[in-house]
Write a protein that binds this ligand. Structure first.
Ligand SMILES: NC(=O)c1ccc[n+]([C@@H]2O[C@H](COP(=O)([O-])OP(=O)(O)OC[C@H]3O[C@@H](n4cnc5c(N)ncnc54)[C@H](OP(=O)(O)O)[C@@H]3O)[C@@H](O)[C@H]2O)c1
Length: 266
């Protein structure tokens, strides 16, 4: 009998992670969904089951905790869950002046956006290599390509994800484990994001995407083996444009464009 392979998605109870879960289920993939303890995962599972016949395992845990990644990996081994796709989606961010945001929030960003993602990738890599073709999709942001004033720590964490993913992709080039990094612009998900999008007015709305669009593009480009994925034509062009601007000019422009984020902490 053929062993079932699972797609592990972190942060799958809401937003883009939830959209990934639906997108993967629509492609017949079995799912292992992870998020914080609340009703979100159960609801996501029930909604997917109404439309798709796939196996779904849900697991609530806080990936900021030391030992959470080890616990998740050990759970998979003990339950004989074979993962052949890892979607490192869970992440947190907030806008505001660097000195005004609480240190705990910075720790959350570092622990979730960087530490958990790195440890998940390393822990599951041997399993992925045994279940090829295998895939890793890491969630960065369009902001990884340009340091954003008033989102300095978040931008830094997404810059880490971007660089880490592209470097790892090259290390794994002959292993049949594909690595992609997804760099979306604004996506309409949580209330905090909506506040930021509204503060930017029509500019943000022009480049804003829905979670379902991001998930669809992300998964299809991952499977096709694209390294860096920026969903949306305007976002792709903006990313290219920002890369060729001289750094000083770019930073002045970014500070001006994103000044509306400055007082979001208050
Ligand atoms: N939205 C955007 O505009 C945008 C743009 C570019 C990149 N991104 C990135 O895309 C990813 C998803 O963003 P989103 O807007 O969809 O987020 P979201 O709506 O806030 O959902 C976050 C998900 O992560 C889970 N989560 C949060 N903290 C966790 C923890 N400590 N342990 C385990 N799970 C945790 C949440 O679980 P609960 O539901 O249980 O809280 C939820 O399922 C993030 O990495 C974000 O940085 C977002």
């Amino acid at each position: 009998m053929e062993v079932k392979k699972f797609t592990l998605i972190t942060g799958a109870s809401r937003g883009i992670g939830r959209a990934f879960a639906f997108e993967c289920a629509s492609r017949g993939m079995h799912l292992l969904l992870v998020a914080l303890p609340d009703d979100g995962l159960e609801e996501t599972k029930n909604q997917i089951h109404l439309r798709f016949k796939v196996d779904i395992i849900i697991l609530t845990l806080d990936l900021r905790d030391v030992g959470a990644v080890r616990g998740l990996y050990d759970y998979c081994v003990s339950q004989e869950i074979m993962v052949n796709m890892l979607i490192n989606n869970a992440g947190v961010g907030r806008a505001g002046r660097f000195e005004h945001l609480p240190q705990q929030l910075y720790l959350d960003m570092l622990h979730l956006n960087i530490r958990a993602l790195t440890l998940l990738t390393q822990s599951f890599l041997p399993m992925l290599k045994e279940n090829t073709p295998a895939y890793i999709l890491n969630m960065s942001s369009m902001e990884a390509n340009f340091p954003l004033p008033y989102k300095s720590v978040y931008t830094g964490t997404k810059n880490f994800v971007y660089a880490f993913s592209l470097a790892l992709r090259e290390e794994l080039v002959s292993s049949n484990v594909m690595v992609s990094v997804l760099c979306p612009g604004p996506v309409l998900t949580n209330a905090d994001g909506l506040k930021r999008i509204n503060s930017m007015g029509s500019r943000a709305k022009m480049i804003m995407l829905m979670p379902e669009e991001v998930a669809k593009i992300g998964i299809s480009k991952l499977i096709r083996g694209q390294g860096m994925v920026v969903p949306g034509k305007i976002n792709w062009a903006l990313t290219k444009f920002m890369k060729v601007l001289p750094t000083n000019l770019k930073m002045k422009l970014l500070e001006k464009l994103f000044r509306t984020y400055r007082d979001m902490d208050s």
